[in-house]
Design a binder for this molecule. Structure first.
Ligand SMILES: NC(=O)c1ccc[n+]([C@@H]2O[C@H](COP(=O)([O-])OP(=O)(O)OC[C@H]3O[C@@H](n4cnc5c(N)ncnc54)[C@H](OP(=O)(O)O)[C@@H]3O)[C@@H](O)[C@H]2O)c1
Length: 250
């Protein structure tokens, strides 16, 4: 059994990764501000990584100040994790990232530019690294990057997506981190394409939330045209949207 530090252990996918690793008998060291570790200041990081066999980066370290540099903060958090892992002698590193971010239509999207930098840093780190790139998750149906909740309506960017369940991603990440023969890059997607406003509307209906969904143009027009659908090289994994919604309804 292994000891695995999970950065972002309290987040959407990090909590599911933590649950899967713990169920498999591994020891998880959570890395997040709420568990006393800060990927911007480095507070508590060295102690958290000491003795770990692997690090999973499922963090989302946005700067506290919305005016601050997103690329520096988000990519800097991963660089600090990598540097600390190397200094602590941790040999294995898995990063959760996003499919298609290398497409030039995202050149001016600071978050995707930061994700590119994270991927490059893992590849250059000298650690045994795997980047798990996924399409948007089913849970993206409520993500503030594209969805705004008002009292009377919910506005949703007109993205065309091929969503994958965060728990299915977590299962793959939890398996890969302890695999001896993991590839350097793994791409994952879900089985169906759907427009994000429809996904959000179906999720709200399943939860008994009767707020209407209003479609608004996507910030980057290509998002409406399928630039975020699964690459041909992606492994397609369930559940379907309908199967996932059945789990969310309760
Ligand atoms: N959403 C999607 O559809 C999607 C698709 C593909 C890939 N991804 C990637 O998956 C990763 C995780 O996303 P998510 O939606 O699961 O994230 P999330 O729910 O926003 O959770 C973020 C996690 O990062 C931690 N964190 C934030 N700032 C931190 C800091 N300064 N120091 C330490 N920990 C910090 C948070 O804990 P504290 O607040 O306690 O610090 C939390 O555990 C991201 O890299 C994202 O790009 C997401």
């Amino acid at each position: 059994m292994s000891t695995i530090a999970v950065a972002g252990a309290t987040g959407t996918v990090g909590a599911k990764i933590t649950a899967r690793l713990t169920a498999a008998g591994h020891t998880v060291v959570p890395v997040s501000r709420s568990t006393g570790v800060d990927l911007h200041t480095g507070a508590g990081l060295k102690e958290a990584l000491a003795g770990a066999d692997a690090v999973i980066d499922a963090s989302n370290a946005f700067p506290a100040d919305p005016a601050a540099d997103v690329v520096a903060a988000v990519a800097g958090a991963t660089r600090l994790l990598l540097d600390t892992a190397r200094a602590q002698g941790v040999p294995r590193f898995v990063l959760v990232s996003i499919c298609n971010i290398e497409n030039p239509v995202f050149d001016r999207n600071p978050y995707y530019v930061a994700k590119r930098e994270q991927e490059r840093a893992v590849a250059a780190s000298g650690l045994r690294g795997t980047v798990v790139k996924t399409t948007q998750w089913h849970e993206f149906a409520t993500n503030p990057a594209a969805v705004a909740f008002g009292d009377d309506e919910v506005t949703v960017g007109d993205w065309l997506v091929q969503p994958v369940a965060a728990d299915a991603v977590a299962e793959v990440v939890a398996d890969l981190v302890v695999a001896d023969d993991a590839p350097q890059v793994v791409e994952l997607s879900g089985p169906e394409t759907v427009r994000l406003p429809e996904l959000t509307a179906r999720l709200l209906a399943a939860r008994g939330d009767d707020r209407p969904v209003r479609t608004v143009p996507a910030e980057i027009p290509e998002l409406a045209e399928g630039v975020q659908l699964a690459p041909a090289t992606a492994r397609v994994i369930g559940p379907s949207v309908a199967q996932w919604l059945r789990g969310e309804a309760g």
